[in-house]
Design a protein around this ligand. Structure first.
Ligand code: CA
Length: 440
C-alpha cells in the first residue's frame, strides 16, 4: 500500500477516536470516521461557509485555513484555491477534484484524532474554528444545476404498478432493462428544516367528468437518497459504468415530496410535473464515498443481465439503514412509520450515472441524482405513505393517537439514515420538513 492509501485507510479505522468526546458516542452520526461536508452560518458570523461535522460541532474550514492549519495542494492553481471555503456553496471546492477532497479529509482526520495535540490543546484556536452545531444554521450545501430523479427500487415500482395499473404486470418491460428516470426541478430543492407548503393543482375526482382546482388531498413523502456529482462529463462524452463512482462526490438523504392526486391525473403521457416540482428536501451534510467505503455491499442480482453499457465489476450497493418518522403538530411524540435499507436498490448509482449520460447528456458539478423511493420487501419497509397505507386503504396508527393515510397540515416528516459500524455509525443526520396549509 502507498502512503496515500494507508492515510486514506486510516481515516476509516473503526478504532480511531477523537479528542472531542461527543464524536465518540456510539450513536453519534458524525464520528471521526465520517467528516461530511456542508454549508453553515451562525449568529456571530452570518456569512455562509464550508464546514465539516464532527460530534456536536462544526469545523469552520474557512477559519481553519485562515489560521494556517489546512493545506490545499495536488497541482491546484493558487487562483483556484483562493477562498474556496469562504463560499456559500461547495461547488468551488468540489471542482478542485477528488485528490483535494481526500487531502482535506485526511488532514481533518489527523487534526481531530485523540492523540493529536495541535487543536486539542490550543483553546484559542478551538474557539476560532469549532462552532457548536446547535448555534449554526445549515444551508443548501451545493448550487444544483440539475436534478434528476430515478425509479430504481423494484419493490416500489412493483407496488405502484400494482396499485395504478395491473398487479399481474406491475413492472413494465423497460423497467428491468434500464434505470428509469426523469428530469426533475432543481430550483425547488430546499435544505432540511425548510417548511413546505401544500400544493394547489388539478385534481380529477372519480365521480367528476372534469378536474377541479384545489389543494392536494394526497400529500406524500418519498424516502430517497441522492448523490452529488463531483466531476461532470462533457456534452457527447458518456461516463462508462466502471468509471461512474469516480464522478460522485457523496450522498445525502432526499425527500421527494409528492402530490399523489395531482400526479395520478397529470402523469400520462410525460410523467410527473406539478406533482413533484413544488419541493424536494435534502439533508445538509454530504457524506463522501470515502466515508461510505467500509459499508459497500453487493447489489441485488440483476435478471436479465443488463446490456453491456450498464455492467460494472465489483460491489456497488451501500448498507445504509433508513427510517421515516411522522410528528403531528402540537406533540413531541414522533412515530416511526417505515424502516428500510438502501442496499435493497436494484439499480446502482453507477448504473444510473452511466445510463443518464449514455445518450451524450452532460452532467455538472453539483448535479443532484435522486435514487427513487426506497422500499423494502415488507409492508413496514415501504418508503411512501402511498405504499404504507396502500393508497389510503390501510391507515397507519400513530403513537400520539389518531391515524394517517396521507400527510395532514402541520405534520413534520423526518428521514434519518446511517451506516452501522462496530461501535460507531457513519450517519447522514436528518432530513426534516413540516407541511404548511395550502395558499388557497
Ligand atoms: Ca421520486
Amino acid at each position: 500500500m502507498s502512503d496515500f492509501s494507508k492515510e486514506l485507510a486510516a481515516t476509516r479505522d473503526p478504532a480511531k477516536r477523537s479528542w472531542l468526546a461527543s464524536a465518540n458516542v456510539p450513536t453519534c452520526d458524525f464520528p471521526i470516521q465520517n467528516l461530511p461536508f456542508g454549508i453553515f452560518s451562525e449568529a456571530r458570523d452570518a456569512r455562509p461557509r464550508v464546514g465539516v461535522a464532527i460530534g456536536d460541532a462544526i469545523v469552520d474550514l474557512a477559519a481553519l485555513r485562515a489560521a494556517g492549519h489546512l493545506e490545499l495542494d495536488g497541482g491546484i492553481d493558487a487562483d483556484e484555491r483562493e477562498d474556496v471555503f469562504a463560499r456559500a456553496s461547495l461547488n468551488a471546492f468540489i471542482t478542485l477534484g477528488r485528490d483535494a477532497w481526500r487531502g482535506v479529509r485526511m488532514q481533518l482526520s489527523m487534526l481531530l484524532d485523540a492523540a493529536n495535540p495541535a487543536l486539542r490543546d490550543d483553546a484559542a484556536l478551538r474557539e476560532r474554528v469549532l462552532v457548536p452545531m446547535q448555534s449554526a444554521t445549515m444551508h443548501l450545501p451545493v448550487d444544483i444545476p440539475g436534478y434528476t430523479d430515478f425509479y430504481s427500487s423494484k419493490e416500489h415500482a412493483t407496488n405502484v404498478g400494482s396499485m395504478f395499473r395491473d398487479p399481474k404486470n406491475a413492472l413494465l418491460p423497460n423497467w428491468s432493462e434500464m434505470p428509469i428516470g426523469y428530469n426533475g426541478r432543481a430550483s425547488s430543492v430546499v435544505v432540511s428544516g425548510t417548511s413546505v407548503r401544500r400544493p394547489m393543482g388539478q385534481l380529477k375526482l372519480p365521480d367528476h367528468e372534469r378536474p377541479i382546482y384545489g389543494a392536494c388531498r394526497k400529500l406524500d413523502i418519498e424516502l430517497e437518497t441522492g448523490f452529488i456529482v463531483g466531476r461532470g462529463n462533457a456534452l457527447g462524452e458518456p461516463i462508462a459504468c466502471d468509471d461512474a463512482q469516480d464522478h460522485i462526490f457523496g450522498m445525502v438523504l432526499l425527500n421527494d415530496w409528492s402530490a399523489r392526486d395531482i400526479q395520478q391525473w397529470e402523469y400520462v403521457p410525460l410523467g410527473p410535473f406539478n406533482a413533484k416540482s413544488f419541493a424536494t428536501t435534502i439533508s445538509p451534510w454530504i457524506v463522501t464515498l470515502d466515508a461510505l467505503e467500509p459499508f459497500r455491499v453487493a447489489q441485488p442480482e440483476q435478471t436479465p443481465e443488463p446490456l453491456p453499457y450498464l455492467r460494472h465489476a465489483g460491489q456497488h450497493a451501500f448498507d445504509v439503514a433508513l427510517e421515516v418518522r411522522l410528528r403531528p403538530d402540537g406533540t413531541d411524540c414522533a412515530t416511526t412509520i417505515a424502516r428500510t435499507n438502501f442496499r435493497h436498490m436494484y439499480w446502482t448509482m453507477a448504473q444510473q450515472l452511466a445510463h443518464h449520460t449514455v445518450s451524450g447528456c452532460n452532467t455538472r458539478v453539483g448535479d443532484l441524482m435522486g435514487s427513487g423511493t426506497i422500499s423494502g420487501p415488507t409492508p413496514d419497509s415501504f418508503g411512501s405513505l402511498l405504499e404504507l397505507t396502500w393508497n389510503g386503504a390501510r391507515p397507519i396508527e400513530l403513537d400520539s393517537g389518531g391515524t394517517r393515510t396521507f400527510i395532514v397540515d402541520g405534520d413534520e416528516l423526518t428521514l434519518a439514515g446511517w451506516c452501522q459500524g462496530d461501535g460507531y455509525r457513519v450517519g447522514f443526520g436528518t432530513c426534516v420538513g413540516k407541511i404548511l396549509p395550502a395558499r388557497g
